[in-house]
Design a protein around this ligand. Structure first.
Ligand code: UFG
Length: 330
């Protein structure tokens, strides 16, 4: 199977933000897509590509059924709960969904002889950065159950490679943002916690105030610095990861970020320029667990996967998000 000749792929979490963009890109690149999703946080309206199978990773019978329906060549796994604060309050739910659910999926892959797996990991595995730019060698010290749930799976994948020959790529996302440039799908979480959607929604929804969490961090303007990476660039890295697994065995990890850091206030300024609206905000106390600065060194992905992000400036990323938020499809 090559990235251009297609193959049968299962996209777990394909009704969610990144998963739906991935389903679209896979279909456009000739893959036969099956989406598996429990629709707990995903959107039925985002299911525009491939077959849909409604099911839950925590229910092994659901997995058995979907794996009996087709001979998959590879699995992409986007079905994660992602809200850090919620993971602190309900670690049981996070470990059940993100760890037990993934173990069920891996067991079913093993039983079905599917040996290629692309996993959505996160910069949260690094915890508080000890260097300005973070590469994959940075110490792993997640600060919350969400980050730990992802790190446990990374470690399990190394064990599954050694024991069962399962080949995997873990992609550690920094801050995913933006929407498909054609505006047919975009980013919508409930509740919305992410900066760029919250900035845009504050201009579109009556009474919705934008809060900036903390302005006394050790950064140039006191607000947190993040590395925003376009969702389409994340998806192109996943396609390349699948191609990589066609010719490489192992259990690899790659950072995915743009390598540029933007503060919260810089993002608000860029959004004001994109929207033509003078965006108002209030400064609130810092959110617990936010690191001052998270910026990726993605040179490993650029070299090994030949990944070339296309949306390398934050204004273009915001422009695509703005197009969708003005005309949301869900
Ligand atoms: N922020 C605000 N106001 C908001 C929303 C966010 O000021 O309304 C700030 C945050 O405090 C942070 C920055 O904007 O400084 C970015 O916040 P996001 O919530 O957009 O993103 P995070 O960096 O907190 O989270 C991202 C992913 C998570 C993942 C985390 C790992 O979206 O899924 O990185 O560090 F867990």
């Amino acid at each position: 199977m090559s990235a251009t000749s297609g193959g049968k792929v299962l996209v777990c979490g394909g009704a969610g933000y990144i998963g739906s963009h991935m389903a679209a890109m896979l279909a456009e690149n000739g893959y036969e897509v099956t989406v598996f999703d429990n629709l707990s946080t995903g959107h039925r309206e985002a299911l525009k590509w491939g077959d849909f199978f409604e099911g839950d990773l925590r229910n092994p019978d659901d997995l058995k059924k979907v794996f009996h329906s087709k001979d998959f060549d590879a699995v992409f796994h986007f079905s994660g709960l992602i809200v850090v604060s919620e993971s602190v309050e309900r670690p049981d739910i996070y470990y059940d969904n993100n760890v037990t659910g993934t173990l069920n999926l891996l067991d079913e892959m093993k039983r079905s002889g599917v040996d290629r797996f692309v996993f959505s990991s996160t910069a949260a595995v690094y915890g508080n950065p000890v260097s300005d730019i973070i590469n994959e060698e940075h110490p792993l010290a997640p600060l919350n159950p969400y980050g730990r749930s992802k790190l446990y799976i990374e470690e399990i994948l190394r064990d599954y490679h050694r024991a069962f020959g399962l080949n995997s790529v873990c992609l550690r996302y920094f801050n995913a943002a933006g929407a498909r440039p054609d505006g047919i799908i975009g980013e919508a979480h409930d509740p919305e916690t992410h900066l760029i959607p919250n900035i845009l929604l504050s201009t579109l929804r009556e009474g919705r105030e934008l809060k900036v969490f903390g302005d006394s961090y050790a950064t140039p303007d006191g607000t947190c610095v993040r590395d925003y990476v376009h969702v389409q660039d994340l998806c192109s890295a996943h396609l390349l990861a699948l191609e990589y697994l066609n010719t490489n065995s192992g259990a690899e990890v790659f950072n995915l970020g743009s390598g540029s850091g933007f503060s919260v206030l810089e993002v608000i300024k860029a959004a004001s320029e994109v929207t033509g609206i003078d965006i108002q905000y209030t400064i609130e106390s810092a959110r617990s667990g936010d690191s001052a600065r998270l910026v990726a060194d993605s040179s490993k992905a650029r070299e090994a996967l030949k990944w070339r992000p296309r949306y390398d400036d934050v204004k273009t990323i915001i422009e695509t998000a703005w197009r969708w938020h003005k005309n949301p499809t869900f």
